[in-house]
Design a protein around this ligand. Structure first.
Ligand code: IVH
Length: 678
């Protein structure tokens, strides 16, 4: 080794020794010797030296020493089409509603809607992209929008074809499916993992594909992302074709023609469930016709054309030891039965929801009662029935507390539209109530909101108790030195948390609006509001009491935002603590203007309103079609309106009169179809 190299090695080893020392301080929960910034600087310096002097690799790498963030292990890749989740159905009525909604959306088309059903495997979803028949990309689901490049690991799976030989293969073929471990194969590795699903996930995310190959993973194909050119008409045709291309599909997939067919098949599969070599938790029911699938489209998270029909939930008997209340993020008070711990479907349950006061009265549920509870999928266990024969004579009716856990009186609100009293009691103090605030914080960090990995509900509870996080902006001003002294936190997890929090500071306006948890403002409404306000600056005008009024009147013009939403926004911001908290949160964030919505197309930059029903489509589909062609949909007639589209079925006279007065162009049903080339 020459002298220059020798010096490099010396300098390198000195720095590595230092960082090892720092690591020790972290791991041994001692007081840290350097600031985080200094630590990071040193780490960067070492990595730089390593990169410049490849010969240093024989000494190992600092990257391995401190371990890299797990989610940074793989390259991120944006999905061509989002990987969505599925809505759930638990019984015949839910399935009937699913079918009805489809019919309503398509506006009772005369056509019979065929359903393609597939067993729902409890595995890990992945997507495979083939270009001219060769596998070129393999991506994990990630958050649905962006996944991780796990191609090399996926390639170790035998059931994934690497090359497809067929003249008629589409140029781009994206196959989606489920990676899983068979129950038998799981037996040999069961000591290392909690369940087959965890094992499959862990194995797929190994850094070294050789480690993935050690575990016998399988792949079942069930769907598609981008296909170009697309020449499938139905899901069943797609599934049959990909079988000939070498993909494994489920032999219990079946085309079903009506609800009775679905019921029969569902109970048949449920009966054979335990004999299968993989875990299934229901049947996925998909509209078979792909054109209808695209007409139906998606809601925020799940397609309208598919649902998961879960198998019946498992039941168990137990006793109510106590009834307590829980406060939700909107202040809703939910009674909870504390029950004698009992195993239901492999999980120990000690809490069951009692929904609300009315439910307790209706079922006359009391402390000390013997009850049957059920647990379906990932939903909270529920009380199904009370065995009154076992009730003691001295048992007393349960009196629902009128006060929140914070000590303030709760209210049942009266709906301004229906004039009916709400079944739910609420604490209306927002962030001023510690119990509501804690739940609001859990909502803020959740997947659909800020999506902060490593900061889940349990951590929020822990940090709340320790007074590390009491208001939203605290999340972004955490003192990591205090955290590192806590049990369960190491250098790696702290670094990951820091990165995840830092990353989440960049947020788009609609996601931000959803995150702050205004009651009645879900993801869809948040999008509408973000498109209205456009920038965070304009949104902040809501903090100003005198200007808020005018804005709120304007908001009522938007289709989708009604009196209920406007009132809720007013309630939220008129509470000073809420306003202050959101204001200080905004100060630490980089909120970007909302995703640009498409305002190009046939109705580019035009404001459209609909009244009356159409024969060939539902109002929702008409709205979506107009929006996809650049329109903004309004909910009231005003000078801003460009077109009023009138359906033949019961249009509102007064709206037409007003539009005529304001000389707004009126489009009838026939012309509407013409404009859409239908
Ligand atoms: S369809 C767009 N089909 O279930 C519809 N999903 O809860 C979503 N899954 O992430 C996918 N078996 O991982 C579909 N036959 C099947 C499935 C299936 C299992 C998983 C999939 C998805 C999750 C949705």
């Amino acid at each position: 080794m020459n002298k220059a190299d020798n010096n490099i090695v010396k300098n390198y080893q000195k720095k590595v020794k230092l960082i090892k020392k720092y690591n020790k301080f972290y791991y041994n929960n001692d007081s840290p010797k350097v600031s985080d910034a200094e630590y990071d600087k040193l780490k960067r310096e070492i990595i730089k030296i390593e990169e410049k002097n490849k010969f240093l690799s024989k000494f190992g790498s600092v990257k391995n020493l401190v371990g890299s963030e797990p989610s940074g292990k793989f390259k991120k890749i944006k999905h061509s089409k989002p990987m969505l989740s599925l809505s759930n159905a638990f019984n015949k009525e839910d399935i009937s509603n699913f079918l009805k909604k489809i019919n309503n959306y398509l506006n009772n088309i005369k056509m019979k809607i065929e359903i393609f059903s597939e067993p729902k495997i409890d595995g890990i979803s992945a997507t495979l992209i083939y270009e001219n028949g060769s596998l070129i990309k393999g991506i994990s689901r990630g958050d649905g929008e962006t996944g991780e490049d796990i191609l090399e690991n996926l390639k170790t799976i035998n059931q994934i074809p690497k090359n497809i030989k067929d003249k008629n293969i589409p140029k781009i073929l994206e196959i989606r499916g489920e990676v899983y471990i068979g129950k038998k194969d799981f037996q040999s590795i069961k000591d290392k993992f909690a369940n087959p699903r965890n094992a499959a996930g862990g194995s797929l995310r190994q850094k070294d594909p050789k480690d993935t190959a050690k575990i016998p993973l399988k792949f079942l194909a069930h769907g598609f992302g981008k296909i170009d050119p697309m020449n499938f008409e139905t899901q069943s045709e797609f599934i049959n074709k990909i079988k000939t291309w070498g993909f494994t599909t489920n032999p219990f997939n079946k085309l079903l023609k009506d609800i009775d067919d679905i019921e029969d098949h569902h109970s048949r599969i449920e009966k054979m469930r335990s004999s299968l070599d993989y875990d299934i938790d229901g049947l996925v029911c998909k509209v078979n016709n792909i054109k209808l699938q695209s007409r139906l489209g998606n809601t925020s998270n799940s397609p309208r054309w598919a649902t998961a029909y879960k198998f019946s939930s498992e039941k168990a008997s137990t006793k109510i030891n106590d009834i307590t209340i829980q406060v939700g993020r909107t202040g809703a008070i939910t009674p909870v039965a504390k029950v004698e711990p009992v195993t239901v479907g492999g999980v120990v349950v000690s809490n069951a929801t009692l929904h609300n006061e009315d439910e307790i009265i209706r079922k006359d549920i009391r402390i000390g009662d013997y009850i049957t509870i059920q647990r379906a999928g990932d939903v909270i266990p529920q009380v199904v029935s009370v065995d009154k024969s076992k009730r003691k004579k001295e048992s007393k009716k349960y009196v629902f507390p009128e006060k929140c856990l914070c000590g303030f009186t709760t209210k049942k609100e009266i709906s301004k539209t229906t004039k009916k009293e709400d079944a739910v009691r609420r604490c209306l103090r927002g962030f001023e109530c510690d119990f509501t605030a804690r739940e609001k914080l859990k909502h803020i960090v959740s997947k659909e909101a800020f999506n902060i990995e490593g900061l889940g509900k349990k951590v929020i509870d822990n940090f709340w108790e320790l007074k590390f996080i009491r208001k939203p902006s605290d999340i972004f001003n955490l003192d990591y030195y205090k955290i590192q002294n806590l049990e369960g936190w190491g250098l790696l997890s702290i670094n990951n948390l820091k990165k995840a929090i830092e990353k989440s500071k960049n947020i788009v306006l609609d996601r931000f609006i959803y995150s702050i948890g205004i009651r009645h403002i879900g993801q869809e409404n948040a999008k509408i509001l973000a498109n209205f306000f456009k920038t965070p600056e304009k949104f902040s005008v809501l903090f100003n009491q005198s200007k808020r009024k005018k804005i709120l009147t304007n908001l009522e013009e938007l289709d989708g935002i009604g009196f209920t939403q406007v009132e809720s926004i007013e309630n939220f911001f008129s509470n000073n603590t809420n306003s202050e908290n959101i204001n200080s949160l905004m100060a630490v964030l980089n909120i970007s203007n909302s995703r640009k919505i498409n305002r190009k197309g046939k109705f580019g930059n035009k404001n459209i309103m609909f009244t009356g029903g159409f024969e060939k489509m539902s109002r929702s589909e008409a709205k979506t079609l107009a929006e996809n062609n650049g329109a903004k949909i309004l909910g009231t007639v005003s000078k801003k309106l460009d077109y009023l589209v009138i359906g033949d079925t019961k249009p509102t006279r007064s709206k037409i009169e007003k539009a005529k007065k304001l000389k707004i162009q009126i489009i009838n049903e026939k012309d509407w179809y013409k404009l859409l080339n239908r």
